[in-house]
Design a protein around this ligand. Structure first.
Ligand code: 13P
Ligand code: SF4
Length: 303
């Protein structure tokens, strides 16, 4: 059944000249029909080089918005319109404008997990793979990092020479993992390396053998000589790794590491978008797009 749907998706995708982009948190069956699978940074850049005029984004809303910001000439669909990132909705333009007025000498660094509207008033964007590098390169020594205080804390520890203010936002999925989960997983798999996404709380991140973005974790585990790994990010990463590296063993750090928004997209959603029956076309005022593009361009330049 899955195979039949996949074959029809591949047929329609070719016939209609559509590019399918999937975040690495998507399920295996979606990764298999995608033209490209990657982390949030890679997806946004990949879209700009794709020859197709239409893109279907299997991931969450801010990722589809980022694709539209960078490729306005393309028709961009979010495969399932209910797939939002709760962290991206935590802070809005009014809140950050107010903060900026009270703290005019701070540079606002926004995680890419923010709305296009909020990006319009930020100075630079970062992803989990580029945050440390970009913050180091900024001229400013006073930074406010939004919205993820856990990623922000990780950056602050890697860049101690800068003063980094944090606001109370974060990913509800990663932030729910505790030091107790690390203790339990280490006891169950004493020879495994712990690989963790920096959206986890500092008490977890500080115990990791490796900290990195989704694609950095994938690359690290594939290239490592170690045979066992505890994976501290969304459960799909452990699943993809187990599939790609059958000679190694992968254990999720916590069984709670499932992002319902990332898992909202199904193969049937993708098929229905191709059939013109579902999906949401991302539309944006040109003024908003250009203002938001400014901080994404800076991320690409510095990253
Ligand atoms: P990456 O930047 O590692 O792709 O992460 C995006 C995300 O939403 C992680 O929860
Ligand atoms: Fe957003 Fe967290 Fe889901 Fe990533 S895992 S999309 S940050 S809610």
């Amino acid at each position: 059944m899955i195979r039949t749907i996949q074959d029809e998706i591949l047929r329609l995708k070719k016939e209609k000249d559509v590019c399918i982009l999937a975040h690495s948190y998507q399920a295996r069956e979606i990764a298999e029909i995608a033209d490209f699978v990657g982390d949030s940074y890679q997806l946004s850049v990949q879209a700009t080089t794709a020859p197709q005029k239409t893109v279907i984004l299997c991931g969450v809303r801010f990722m589809a918005e980022t694709v539209k910001i960078l490729s306005p000439e393309k028709t961009v669909y979010l495969a399932n319109p209910i797939a939002g990132c709760p962290m991206a909705e935590q802070m809005d333009r009014d809140l950050i404008s107010m903060w900026k007025r009270a703290n005019p000498d701070y540079t606002v660094v926004a995680y890419i997990n923010t709305t296009a509207e909020l990006k319009t008033i930020c100075d630079v964007c970062v992803t989990s793979s580029s945050a440390v590098k970009i913050v180091k390169k900024l001229d400013s020594s006073k930074i406010v990092f939004i919205p993820d205080c856990n990623l922000g804390q990780y950056v602050a520890e890697q860049v101690p020479e800068k003063e980094i203010q944090l606001l109370q936002g974060g990913c509800p999925i990663h932030a729910a993992v505790t030091a107790k989960d690390v203790e339990r997983a280490r006891a169950a798999h004493p020879h495994a390396l712990l690989l963790v996404h920096p959206e986890c709380v500092p008490a977890v991140v500080r115990q990791a053998d490796f900290v990195g973005s989704t694609s950095a974790i994938l690359n690290y585990a594939k290239q490592s000589d170690a045979k066992q790994f505890i994976i501290g990010t969304e459960i799909s990463i452990a699943e993809h790794l187990q599939y790609d590296c059958p000679d190694k063993e992968f254990y999720p750090l916590s069984k709670q590491l499932i992002c319902p928004n990332m898992k909202a997209t199904t193969l049937m959603d993708v098929l229905h978008v191709l059939q013109g029956r579902a999906g949401e076309e991302i539309r944006m005022e040109e003024e908003t797009r250009l203002a938001a593009k400014h901080c994404i361009d800076k991320m690409i330049r510095l990253g």
